[in-house]
Ligand binder design. Structure first.
Ligand SMILES: CC(C)(COP(=O)(O)OP(=O)(O)OC[C@H]1O[C@@H](n2cnc3c(N)ncnc32)[C@H](O)[C@@H]1OP(=O)(O)O)[C@@H](O)C(=O)NCCC(=O)NCCS
Length: 190
């Protein structure tokens, strides 16, 4: 596991295009067997850049977006989270997105990002955490390995397909924040 020189930091609007690149590239490499081909090919980095630029410019104090950058300063992954968008308990946070470029996966960056984001959300006053994941996504193993409990499911429509999603819940957000031991607030060199 080579991680020397990588660091996690808060995202800013200038990261919008790098985040959009990671988002589109990772959807295409990770979801080609899970989602309709047309949905993936219709994804557009320019459109996603605009989305992230707007989101990061208007970010509320209750949301968190972090990136992991390599020693050359290139963004290779990111996480975002904030208030639960569902009908969950009060003070429940949600991880909205967590993506790493394919060749950056399984090096511990996902754990570091999850941990750092959960720590920041906990510091904002959230006390539990949820993340929705495609039921057929092997990333379920990632959330399970950090103590997430499958707590709900729903069917959503993506393009012309109905797909199942599963919610993983941490009743105590601090347990997700401790996914990486001694992570502190999780921001900085890793
Ligand atoms: C899911 C994802 C964020 C995990 O991040 P990561 O950096 O690859 O994972 P880590 O290296 O931190 O994994 C830590 C541990 O979690 C578990 N784990 C990680 N990915 C797993 C997988 N796909 N299946 C089963 N267990 C997994 C393993 O126990 C792993 O430890 P190990 O590598 O020593 O066996 C990343 O792989 C990714 O971006 N995947 C594609 C996009 C995606 O599905 N995102 C989630 C959307 S909800």
């Amino acid at each position: 596991m080579i991680r020397t020189g990588y660091r996690i930091r808060a995202a800013s609007p200038v990261d919008a295009s790098a985040i959009a690149h990671v988002y589109v590239a990772t959807w295409r490499t990770s979801y080609h067997n899970l989602l309709p081909a047309a949905t993936l090919s219709n994804m557009n980095e320019m459109r996603e850049t605009l989305y992230w630029w707007t989101a990061l410019c208007s970010a509320r104090a209750s949301t968190v977006t972090l990136v992991v950058e390599n020693p050359e300063g290139r963004v290779v992954g990111f996480v975002s989270g904030g208030p639960d968008r569902g009908q969950g308990a009060a003070r429940r946070a949600e991880i909205y997105t967590l993506y790493l470029l394919q060749d950056m996966q399984r090096r511990g960056f996902g754990a570091a990002l999850l941990s750092a984001c959960a720590a920041r959300l906990a510091a904002l006053g959230f006390n539990s955490l949820v993340v929705w994941v495609l039921a057929a996504n092997s990333a379920r193993g990632f959330y399970e390995s950090f103590g997430g409990i499958a707590a709900a499911s729903k069917t959503i429509r993506v393009g012309d397909r109905r797909v199942e999603e599963v919610a993983y819940l941490w009743a105590d957000i601090r347990s997700a924040a401790q996914a990486v031991a001694d992570s502190g607030d999780g921001v900085g060199d890793i």
